[in-house]
Design a binder for this molecule. Structure first.
Ligand code: ATP
Ligand code: MG
Ligand code: MG
Ligand code: MG
Length: 477
């Protein structure tokens, strides 16, 4: 079929060529002008029907979101703001849409909250059109970045017996015996909490498996779904999210930070180059929304400006100890503006991270040298005996987007730490083998994909940048 996507049509020269457009109706004016959208861009193509071409019954069926096939010729448009339009020779309705019932028709400007309730339809709005095209582009750019650098893309398992973070936020896997499942007294099925006799969970991170491969391929990355039983309703946590986790042999903490900063900038640059229109749409939308806020709550920069600023400036690099000092000496602390306690040893909360980024440095910040007691067992211990070679990257509007570290490559130090943290050393023999057989300095990090999409799109709730958010309240579709 000769269907041409709306985005390509809008960029074509109008030479009177025959074209076919298929899409959904976004508007119908004067029984003559049909605006059609097919999701390739937020812009619509105008299809012009001559008066008398459509009978009354057909006209009535051209409602918001009815799907339609228009055949015609591509000609220059007299209308403002559009270069081309389709002069229709035939119109075929593929699927009707009952405007009386259509949920997106019923509200004028549906709120993001309302759209979350109809997540199956929200792709049809301009906001979600833009967000998910940007998300798509970023996913593609991730592979391109690592491919250009020669990293091997590794698929780490979803079901695993290890708890990489030791944070106990796992979903357990249950098996349902196929024949004659055991039943409880009330007749309900008695699920077994195991995976063919072994206790397993859904992965919280692919890192440990990633380390196994990095000690053979030198540089690898995983990019896959990750699960955490976070029973918290925050705008930056999901129970199911996607994470990008590169792991590199022969990297120290500094190399790790440099790679992470370069990676984030690469993704932003990619979106700015390939999704300019969508980002400008989102910037506009955000600006309108901010107009409702009091002056001091508005951002100093628009979305595009902010992204350009991030591209053109180095991330600030500070130690955890410096970060705590800044917080303790801040006006916000003195005025008791922080909800959570500030002192050396805390796991910084979003409010602290955002203060450092948005109020103090006004740029992304990389924090290194966290207390070992708030970090996972595998991080390389510093000589001070108190801190580890960890690094978190904090971004405006969000807080932590990356968590990473140089890994402990010294077998003795590692097993000693594992014992202190009550991690079963024998069960982890396969992991420790990397330290036994040709151990190397190595490092890696995890970038939360949805947090990166929030950063680039300027959206503020993580549920609005994943197609089907899994949160304590959302599991249906
Ligand atoms: P947070 O402090 O925000 O809970 P974390 O320190 O528990 O994050 P890590 O274990 O360091 O998270 O995971 C690496 C990255 O994965 C984080 O920097 C973040 O970008 C992302 N991430 C972690 N938990 C979630 C979640 N529940 N939903 C979405 N992204 C997440
Ligand atoms: Mg967490
Ligand atoms: Mg954290
Ligand atoms: Mg972290």
């Amino acid at each position: 079929n000769k269907r041409v996507k709306v985005k390509d049509l809008l960029a074509s020269e109008p030479t009177g060529q025959e074209v076919i457009v298929m899409g959904w109706v976004r508007g119908f004016r004067n029984n003559q002008f049909i605006a059609i959208n097919d999701g390739s861009t937020n812009n619509n193509i105008q299809v012009v029907v001559e008066l008398g071409m459509l009978d009354e019954a057909t006209q009535k069926r051209i409602t918001q979101s009815a799907s339609i096939k228009a055949t015609g010729t591509l000609i220059a448009s007299m209308g403002k703001g559009q270069k081309v339009e389709v002069k229709a020779t035939s119109i075929e309705i593929l699927g009707d849409c009952d405007a009386e019932k259509y949920p997106l028709q019923l509200r004028n400007r549906p709120s993001l909250e309302y759209l979350r309730e109809i997540a199956h339809l929200r792709f049809r709005t301009n906001t979600f059109g833009a967000v998910f095209r940007v998300r798509h582009a970023l996913a593609f750019a991730i592979h391109q970045f690592f491919n250009e650098k020669g990293f091997v893309y590794l698929h780490t398992p979803i079901v695993t017996a290890s708890d990489a973070e030791g944070a106990g936020e796992m979903f357990r896997v249950t098996t349902l015996p196929f024949d004659n499942p055991p039943r409880n007294e009330d007749g309900s099925i008695n699920f077994k909490e195991d995976f063919f006799g072994r206790s397993t969970n859904l992965t919280v991170s692919g890192q440990l498996e990633g380390e196994l491969a990095a000690t053979a391929f030198s540089e690898i990355y995983t990019f896959g779904p990750t699960f955490r039983a976070e029973n918290s309703n925050t705008p930056r946590h999901l129970a199911e999210f996607w994470m990008i986790e590169p792991e590199m042999a022969f990297y120290d903490l500094e190399d790790n930070m440099n790679l992470a900063e370069e990676f984030i900038k690469y993704l932003i640059r990619y979106a700015m180059e390939h999704n300019r229109e969508d980002l400008e749409f989102l910037a506009q939308r955000l600006a309108e929304e901010e107009k409702q806020l009091p002056q001091d709550k508005r951002s100093e920069m628009g979305l595009i400006e902010k992204l350009e600023f991030v591209l053109n400036n180095n991330f600030e690099r500070i130690t955890y100890t410096e970060a705590i000092d800044i917080l303790l000496n801040s006006p916000a602390y003195k005025k008791k503006k922080f909800q959570y306690e500030v002192k050396w040893g805390i796991d910084m909360q979003s409010e602290h991270e955002r203060y450092l980024v948005e109020k103090h440095f006004k740029k992304p910040v990389i924090v290194t040298g966290y207390p070992k007691d708030i970090k996972a067992f595998y991080m390389r211990q510093n000589d001070d005996g108190k801190t580890v070679a960890a690094m978190d990257i904090l971004a405006p509007g969000i807080g932590e987007i990356v968590g990473g570290s140089q890994r402990e490559e010294r077998l003795e130090k590692l097993t000693e730490r594992m014992k202190e943290m009550h991690i079963p050393v024998e069960e982890m023999w396969w992991y420790l083998d990397t330290r036994r057989y040709g151990s190397v300095p190595h490092a890696g990090f995890g970038l939360g994909f949805e947090r990166m999409v929030l950063f680039v799109t300027g959206m503020t709730n993580i549920r609005d940048v994943i197609a089907f958010p899994r949160t304590p309240k959302n599991a249906e579709f």
